[in-house]
Structure formats: C-alpha cells, structure tokens
Design a protein around this ligand. Structure first.
Ligand SMILES: Cc1cc2nc3c(=O)[nH]c(=O)nc-3n(C[C@H](O)[C@H](O)[C@H](O)COP(=O)(O)OP(=O)(O)OC[C@H]3O[C@@H](n4cnc5c(N)ncnc54)[C@H](O)[C@@H]3O)c2cc1C
Length: 543
C-alpha cells in the first residue's frame, strides 16, 4: 500500500528524532518517524537531563512523565583519594525556572516517554524500517522492511539517524576526529570494602590519575551503571553504537586504578564506546536537514549530547511545520535553523572538549591535576560548592540558559525600539517599574519564568506559554495586535495572545514555540507584528 506523502519524514527514533516528530506534529505538520531498530529497548548512554531541556519540552506535555521516571534529588559524592566530599546538586539555585535541578534519567526512559506521547497523538514510531535511499528530484525516500521496499513521499526529510548518519552524506562533510580515549559502560553490582565508601542512591565520581570514573545508582540491568574512560584500542569501534563487551577483570582494573575500595560481584552488561568530537559543515541542504548526533558528536563530558539534540529538534520542528503550511515558505525561516543551531552546537562542542580534557586526558598536566592538585584542594570543595553564585553560573552555562539567537534573522527589534519606548511610555504617563524591567529580554533570548498576572490570575510565565505555538505577550496598556486574517477567516490556532496586566507599558513581546523571543517593540504596530508572523510562516494577511 502506498501512503500519501507527509510534510516531515523523521529518520531515527532516538531522543532527537522523537522530540522533532512531536514538535513538528504539535505545530501542525503531518509526520512519519522511522527507525531501523526493530524494538524500543537498547542500552542507555545518556543519564542527565538539564533544566533548560525540561523547559523547552514542557509545551509538549511530557515533563511530568519525565520527572516521574527520573530523580531530581540525586546527591553526588566526589571521591578524592581517601576523602569523600558530598556535593549538593539537587537545588542549583537557578532563578526564574520551574526546574532548578538536574534530572538523572536514563536515555531509554526519555525515549519511552517521547514515543508514548507520539502514540497518543496517533503517530507511532515505525520500527524495523530503515532508510536506504532518498533523492532530491522526486522527494521519495526508499524504506526497507522485512516485508520489502517502500517509496515514501515527503516534503522535508530530517536525518536524526545518529553518528553514522546516512542523510549526512547529502548535507555536509563531517569535520573533527576521534578521541584517544574510549568510554567503557557497564551495568554491574559492587561490594564496597566499607559501607560508607559506596553509599547507595547516590552518584559517585572518582577522580583518578587516568580519568574520572562515574557510578550512577540507576543501572539498567544491575544496580550500578559505570562510566569510565581508558586509552582507545587500536581497532576502531563502530560509529555511534555500543561496541564489544569488556571482560570483568578489565572493569575491576578500572575500579582499582581509580582507588575505589570495591569489588565487582556481577556484570550484567558492558560495552566499549568510541568517542569523537565532530561537527557537520552544514545542517541543511534543500529539503534535507540534520539534527542531534547526526549533526554533531561530543564526548560524554558535561552530559550534553542528548540535551543539545533535543534543542536542535525543538528549534527545527516548528519551523518545518510552519513552512509546510505555505506554498512558498520564507527561505529565511528554514535557513535560520543552521544559522541558529550550528554556532550553538559548535560552542557546546568546544566546551565539552575542554571539560573532557580535564576529566579524561592523559596529558601529564591533566593527570597531575586529577591525582595531586584536586585532592589537595579537597578541603576547599564544600566551601566552593556553597558559593551559590559560582554554582549557579556553572549550572546556567552547562544547562544552556545562556544560549541565545540574537544574531538570527528571526530575532527582530521592532520600531519604536524598547529603550525609546520606555521614554515614550513615561511621556504618556505609563510608569515602568524600573528601566531594566521595562526593557525585558532581547530578541533571541530565553524568557525567564517570572510570575505575571494574566486574566486576573497570578501565574508563572512558562506555565502560561506551555502550549505549542507562538505567544504574543502584551503589556498592560498595549493596543490589540489584531492577528486575525484580513479576509475575516479564523485566527490561526497556533497564535496565542496574552495581556500581562501587571506589566505597565504599551509594548509587545512575541515568544517563539521553542521559548526564545522572536520580536519585541515598545508599542504595538500591527504591520510589524504581521510581518514577523509572515516571516515565520504564519501568514495572517497582507503586510
Ligand atoms: C558514554 C556516553 C554517555 C553519554 N551521556 C550523556 C548524558 O548524560 N547526557 C546527554 O545529554 N548526552 C549524553 N550522551 C550523548 C547522547 O547519548 C547522544 O547525544 C544522544 O543519544 C543522541 O541522540 P540522537 O537521537 O541524536 O541519536 P541516536 O540516539 O544515535 O539515535 C539515532 C537513531 O537513528 C536510527 N537510525 C540510524 N540509521 C538509520 C536509518 N538509515 N534508517 C532508520 N533509522 C536509522 C538508529 O537506530 C537510532 O535509533 C552520552 C554519550 C555517550 C557515548
């Protein structure tokens, strides 16, 4: 049976592909998602989800299920030779967010939650379905199943097909290289020499001369998940998937080398994983896009790969959906994906490269730091972790709270600009709280989750905008933006207008579906608002 072409064909049902399919579907696109794996289960790699990822996933209605499956109160014990230091990570003191904590959650659980959300929308993942070819000319992809081949029509095809991406071959070159180290993953059971050496329900980080060793108390097939690094073997491992298992004696050697007084009593699963730092030269070519590990590959340092892949997905999904609604979508909209995400992913890649050097490099300076300097500085650690500003700054950076798209063509400062508008409002007798507050976030920035008043209720801003679509936020005295089509047709259900009655002023802010400010102006000018909406593919009339 031949199925009708879809707007978006998503190749790969890892965390990136699933998030992309949800975002595109919820913004109005018809979607198919295929994966060559015959079933959902596979060993998890990622274990950490950052607060910003939870924020951007919230409008898709999946955060409660993710929080229910993960641990937001994980404690971490840092082992520095004989000293064990408890580090508080359960409350990161991040201001302006509903999620001021890390979420320790297995990648498999994230995939299960996202896949279930798709099933509930009538878009099940098509498993055992492998993309084996695709052509630009006829926009047909060839999908191979046990039962045979299918020619599947699409308007846009997104490669979320991981490190060994087939789609990438048509989109961009793969720059970067392999690390000299490989990761070792294992689900195992341990018996500690002394009970306090390995407190259960806590994550343990052991600083060893040859690299950090991590033990998470949420192994998949045994109580503990171990992650360690060691020099890579001579024969290259497969791209982007767990490689061969590791003998128990080698796993015990890693534990012993780290100086952890514990004996491995059982190994349920283990694998060697090739580690790379790579970035595709392009994220888009015509109707083909790359996202997640297909576009950029990091070391596990800082727990960034899954998180940035989801950010890619949520940036691209709504753009493809809005473009699908148009016969001739604005090239600015579709090009903005690469313009926004490639520099952001490049920054993350550089940061993870630096953290990985400190965590796992075999360079003598890094080894000296891990084995001598850090243990010497151990007495200072509890004091350091109580420095709230320092911890908050680190958490904000790792969590991508500082990420912005201010140079994007979709980030538009309207006229009159907001600074001028503060003066205009003052002349008109409208008093702002203080100039900074009146200015608000710049176009391209994340909106903070402050408390606002809307329709007579005090509510957190992120709760107010936790629905798919763009959100037009009006200050108390702003004019009606009149976003209904000029032909009298119904207003696009993806446009939500809210008046914040406790925000004095005449201004307007438009928040994109991925939580970044797209447009702001000191007063409401309907033409400018409609122009911005048209730019993102929500044509509401002539401009
Ligand atoms: C040891 C380790 C620890 C990590 N820890 C973290 C962490 O704590 N936090 C974090 O954020 N990240 C972490 N990462 C990174 C994270 O695991 C990856 O970045 C993330 O899994 C990428 O997701 P993805 O969906 O882009 O790709 P993948 O998860 O690789 O999914 C790609 C999917 O595409 C399918 N596919 C491939 N080719 C085809 C085809 N031709 N047709 C159909 N389907 C296809 C595959 O079957 C697969 O399901 C870690 C990585 C490693 C190695």
């Amino acid at each position: 049976m031949t199925r009708p072409p879809v707007d978006v064909l998503v190749v790969g049902a890892g965390t990136t592909g699933l998030a992309l399919a949800l975002q595109a579907h919820d913004h109005g696109a018809s979607v198919r998602i295929i994966d060559r794996r015959p079933d959902l289960s596979r060993p998890s790699r990622a274990m950490l989800m950052h607060p910003r990822t939870l924020e951007v996933l919230r409008p898709l209605g999946v955060t409660d299920a993710l929080l229910a499956r993960g641990d937001t109160a994980a404690s971490v014990r840092l082992h520095l030779r004989s000293r064990v230091v408890a580090v508080r990570v359960e409350q990161l003191d991040l201001p302006g967010t509903a999620f001021p904590h890390l979420l320790v959650i297995r990648q498999a659980d994230v995939e299960a939650v996202l896949a279930q959300a798709l099933v509930e929308r009538g878009v099940p993942v098509e498993r055992g379905a492998e993309l084996v070819g695709f052509r630009l000319e006829n926009r047909r992809a060839v999908i191979r199943r046990e039962s045979g081949l299918e020619a599947a029509g699409y308007r846009y095809l997104v490669g979320c097909d991981g490190a060994a991406s087939l789609v990438r071959g048509r989109v961009g070159a793969w720059r970067g290289g392999d690390y000299a180290q490989e990761a070792v993953l294992a689900d195992l059971d341990l018996r500690a020499a002394a009970a306090e050496a390995l407190e259960p329900d806590s994550a343990h980080v052991v600083a060893a001369r040859r690299g950090l060793l991590f033990l998470f108390a949420n192994g998949e097939r045994a109580p503990w998940r171990m992650l360690a690094t060691r020099p890579a073997g001579a024969a290259p491992l497969p791209f982007g998937q767990p490689g061969p298992s590791v003998p128990r004696a080698e796993l015990q050697a890693l534990v012993d080398e780290a100086g952890l007084p514990a004996a491995i009593t059982d190994v349920a699963w283990s694998a060697r994983v090739r580690l790379q730092h790579r970035l595709a030269t392009h994220f888009r070519r015509g109707p083909f896009f790359l996202a997640g590990d297909a576009a950029h590959l990091h070391s596990p340092a800082g727990g960034q790969g899954m998180n940035t892949g989801i950010q890619d997905a949520l940036n691209l999904g709504w753009k493809l959906a809005f473009a699908s609604g148009q016969a001739r979508p604005s090239p600015v909209l579709l090009n903005s994906y690469e313009r926004e995400r490639r520099p952001a992913d490049q920054l993350v890649l550089r940061a993870t490269h630096a953290i990985f050097w400190a965590e796992a490099s075999l360079h003598p300076a890094a080894q000296l730091a891990r084995s001598v300097l850090v243990p010497l500085g151990a007495p200072l650690l509890p004091w350091l972790t109580r420095r709230r500003r320092l911890m908050t700054a680190g958490a904000r950076t790792l969590s991508q709270f500082r990420l912005h798209y201010r140079r994007s063509p979709l980030s538009v400062d309207g006229v009159p600009a907001v600074r001028a508008g503060v003066r205009a409002a003052a002349r008109a007798g409208v008093r702002g709280r203080r100039p900074g507050a009146a200015r608000g976030p710049c176009p391209g920035s994340r909106v903070a989750d402050t408390v606002v008043t809307c329709a007579g209720e005090r509510v957190r801003l992120h709760a107010l905008i936790a629905r798919p679509g763009v959100h037009i936020l009006l200050q108390a005295g702003a004019a009606d933006p009149a976003v209904a089509p000029l032909d009298g047709g119904p207003t696009d259900a993806r446009i939500h207008v809210r008046r914040l009655t406790d925000r004095p002023g005449l201004g307007v802010l438009i928040v994109r579906p991925d939580g970044y400010v797209g447009f702001r102006a000191a007063t409401v000018d309907r033409r400018q608002i409609q122009k911005w909406l048209s730019l993102v593919g929500l044509g509401v009339g002539r401009v």
